[in-house]
Design a binder for this molecule. Structure first.
Ligand SMILES: C[S@@+](CC[C@H](N)C(=O)[O-])C[C@H]1O[C@@H](n2cnc3c(N)ncnc32)[C@H](O)[C@@H]1O
Length: 248
């Protein structure tokens, strides 16, 4: 089991695989007022930037789970680079159904709620790893503006308008599930640009270095349209944020 290569080509230059800048991630880490030693579980941890930087900055410990061998190799390298390899660990595997062997103080799924079949299922999954009084983190898109037509929905990589809520609807949904929203950091359009636009240079450099790769025609076609699609749709219509939740 591994992440398709198209993703690792596009996101080879990313430390955070979401529309969150490194500054946004640091802001969130500070906002949560984490106690040193807090154990964290990060499901679909990507390249482990959350765990590695928060271990360095806040003295937390933790485990990340992801299906991408490429991203996990980057996570191991980053942990070594930041001198936190003794405090964070990474597991290759399917995060769907993953429960920590020991309850944690913070359980996160940042930008991958499909692992639990949506927001509700992912909240339920993360809660199974949480110790009493602990906190969940959910990173999730929301409609920043109502998509006017099918092209806007598809341009935001959604299959239907109902894939996402608007921001009030999402915040309300957490309440309906029985959780207080106790903090949030929202991405802005600059964050979307860092996530999306950084992919274009990675794809272009990869194309230049791998013209005969079987994926080259597909990646070439993607680069032809990705910038226009981004500025027309995703950048305008989609918001994204990380929400911190505590059980009511
Ligand atoms: C949008 S990225 C977010 C990564 C990370 N949370 C971050 O913010 O940088 C989604 C991640 O989910 C991982 N992923 C997708 N399906 C998964 C699954 N079933 N189990 C574990 N990881 C999964 C991908 O490999 C990718 O790293």
């Amino acid at each position: 089991m591994d992440l398709p290569r198209t993703f690792t080509i596009r996101e080879s230059g990313h430390r955070v695989h979401n529309p969150f800048t490194e500054e946004d991630l640091a802001t969130l880490g500070r906002a949560l007022r984490l106690e040193p030693g807090t154990p964290i579980l990060d499901l679909a941890c990507g390249s482990g930037e959350l765990l590695c930087t928060w271990a360095r900055d806040h003295g937390v410990t933790g485990t990340g789970v992801d299906i991408s061998t490429v991203f996990l190799a980057a996570a191991h390298a980053r942990a070594a680079e930041l001198g936190v390899a003794d405090r964070v660990g990474f597991v290759h595997g399917d995060a769907a159904g993953h429960v920590a062997p020991e309850p944690v103080g913070l359980a996160a799924c940042v930008g991958a709620t499909w692992i639990g079949g949506g927001v509700a299922g992912t909240v339920e999954l993360l809660a199974r790893s949480l110790r009493p009084g602990g906190m969940l983190l959910i990173g999730e898109p929301y409609w920043r503006r109502e998509p006017p037509d099918r092209a806007a929905v598809e341009g935001c990589h959604a299959s239907s308008r109902d894939d996402f809520r608007d921001l009030p609807g999402l915040v309300e949904h957490f309440g309906e599930l029985g959780w207080d929203v106790v903090e949030m950091v929202l991405a802005d359009q600059k964050g979307w640009d860092r996530y999306a636009a950084a992919q274009w240079l990675s794809v272009r450099r990869w194309l230049d270095a791998n013209p005969d790769d079987e994926l080259a025609p597909r990646m070439r076609a993607e680069l032809d349209t990705a910038p226009t699609l981004h500025v027309r749709y995703q950048r305008e219509y989609l918001g994204w944020g990380v929400f911190a939740l505590m059980r009511r």
